[in-house]
Design a protein around this ligand. Structure first.
Ligand code: HEC
Ligand code: HEC
Length: 433
């Protein structure tokens, strides 16, 4: 069986995450119960090996997840709609505006990304030479037919020689992948797990001809990189930033509020309640109970989907993107008693595996309505910080534009007494993680 290399911190004897690590990988009902017998068996068999691998240093690269499970998870993450066309097509009728009125230029403007590797050479050449018309909605349909629009799946029918968008659905990659812009802005190689902070999901949903003006106004108010994954459940509107789906191996509380013990918890929530997947989600803590359709197109995919996300390491900062000497000074401030490492501890820079925090510990609170108050735990999880350089703005409401703004906010709100230089140094340290 092939293996994939991943960074997996803290699974060594004596570390507190050891026991939890085994529980997490072997017995989580949400992740495991629905899997096919072979997937399930593979997951269970792997757990002990995980405990022994990788000791002697945090974040050491170890052989962890079976490559075929990860590969099938990647396919699901990128391409699976879980039957959510029932929502995006039958209910929202998104195929009408997307199929007739959204040019590639407009699609790029609302933050949709194009996977350059899905484009045949002739199309690449046509875009380069300007022969492919990026102002024509028919080009969008052609791109969908090539499966080249990240996170959007179209079914294109050809009637009397004319291509028509018959159905459309979305995948996880819509919000949690972007591209490296290597071909043109918005067009390049996929970067899975990187939040698409250019994406304006609210503005896209507001194109639906099936929504009334009041709902459209709410969706249009959210803005780029923001989404409220609870609005359609509790009727309140206060969007949060789209977070990364990388760097989560070893973190046993998922979401800003630590609602789930594993990634699969949230994947089930978001696929069923937000994407409109065919399947069920129930959580007595929030009272959310949703079933779509009579088939379950979600459960069997959760183990592979989770394995894939766990395999995505946080991206390293680009060479030269921070001042290493200042970052080292900043590290010492960060690690001081009663400073940042009290909460941002361990290899993933979070105490999530030990505790959650009351609202007041979030620098985004007080806010109206409070995001924690709408969640299952009513608490906040300390955010993991690996790769934090990559995904400004910060805090769940995106209120801190830069690492500097983050540290200034803490310095003021927690009366830390840091000098200006120390604030800058800690910010450089954040850029280095
Ligand atoms: C419309 C945009 C959107 C789509 C589609 C979407 N998500 Fe998310 N995702 C979000 C937002 C917003 C949050 C933050 C919610 C929170 O933490 O309370 C989130 C949170 C997460 C988290 C938690 C990250 C952490 O730090 O704990 C993971 C993992 C994740 N999503 C994976 C997925 C997967 C897998 C799918 C497909 C099944 C998916 N998402 C579909 C917007 C989206
Ligand atoms: C009392 C616990 C606690 C302390 C101390 C603390 N943090 Fe946090 N940190 C949190 C929590 C909880 C969040 C999530 C807040 C939210 O999103 O609303 C967070 C979020 C962050 C984020 C945002 C990450 C993201 O993905 O948006 C950064 C950056 C950060 N903290 C850096 C720091 C630095 C630097 C310090 C020291 C100056 C510090 N923290 C001190 C608990 C703490």
């Amino acid at each position: 069986m092939g293996r994939t290399k991943v960074d997996f911190p803290l699974l060594c004897p004596g570390s507190s995450s050891r026991a939890r690590g085994s529980r997490r990988l072997s017995a989580h009902p949400a992740a495991v119960a629905g899997g096919s017998p072979s997937m399930r068996a593979r997951f269970l068999v792997l757990a002990p090996a995980l405990l022994l691998a990788g000791c002697g240093g945090s974040n050491s690269s170890i052989d962890l997840l079976p490559a075929d499970l990860v590969a099938s998870g990647r396919q699901i993450f990128r391409h699976d709609t879980f039957g959510d066309e029932a929502f995006w097509t039958d209910q929202l009728r998104m195929h009408e505006p997307i199929g007739t009125a959204v040019s590639p230029r407009k699609a790029l403007e609302v933050g949709l990304k194009v996977d350059a590797e899905a484009l045949p050479a002739s199309v690449v050449e046509g875009i380069r030479s300007g022969k492919v018309n990026l102002d024509d909605p028919a080009t969008t349909v052609a791109l969908l037919k090539l499966d080249a629009v990240v996170g959007v799946k179209g079914v294109v029918e050809t009637v009397a020689g004319v291509d028509r968008l018959a159905r459309v659905g979305i995948t996880c990659a819509l919000c949690h992948s972007t591209v490296d812009n290597s071909f043109a802005p918005g067009i390049g190689k996929r970067l899975d797990g990187w939040p698409n902070r250019d994406l304006n999901p609210g503005a896209i949903i507001a194109l639906s001809p099936a929504l009334d003006a009041q709902k459209k106004a709410v969706y249009n108010s959210w803005g780029k990189g923001m989404y409220d994954p609870r609005f359609n459940q509790d009727g309140l509107s206060k969007p949060v930033v789209i977070p990364p789906a990388y760097g989560l191996a070893g973190v046993e509380k998922i979401t800003f509020t630590g609602d789930g013990d594993d990634i699969a918890y949230w994947n089930r929530y978001v696929s069923v309640t937000q994407m409109g997947a065919q399947g069920s989600f129930h959580d007595p803590r929030t009272g959310v109970s949703v079933t779509h359709g009579t088939q379950d197109l979600v459960s069997s995919k959760l183990p592979a989907l989770q394995a894939y996300q766990m395999s995505i390491a946080a991206p390293r900062p680009p060479a030269g993107s921070f001042d290493a000497v200042a970052a080292e000074r900043g590290r010492l401030v960060f690690q001081r008693a009663n400073s940042c490492a009290t909460c941002h501890s361990g290899a993933t820079f979070t105490d999530a595996n030990q505790r959650l925090h009351p609202g007041a510990d979030s620098m985004a609170e007080p806010e109206q309505p409070s995001y924690a108050a709408r969640s299952a735990t009513k608490m906040y999880r300390t955010s993991p910080l690996r790769g934090v350089w990559q995904h400004a703005p910060y805090f769940h409401d995106g209120s801190a534009a830069t690492p500097e703004a983050v540290v200034e906010t803490y310095n003021r709100r927690r009366a830390m007494g840091l000098t200006e230089q120390e604030v800058r140094d800690v910010a450089q340290y954040l850029r280095s993680l």
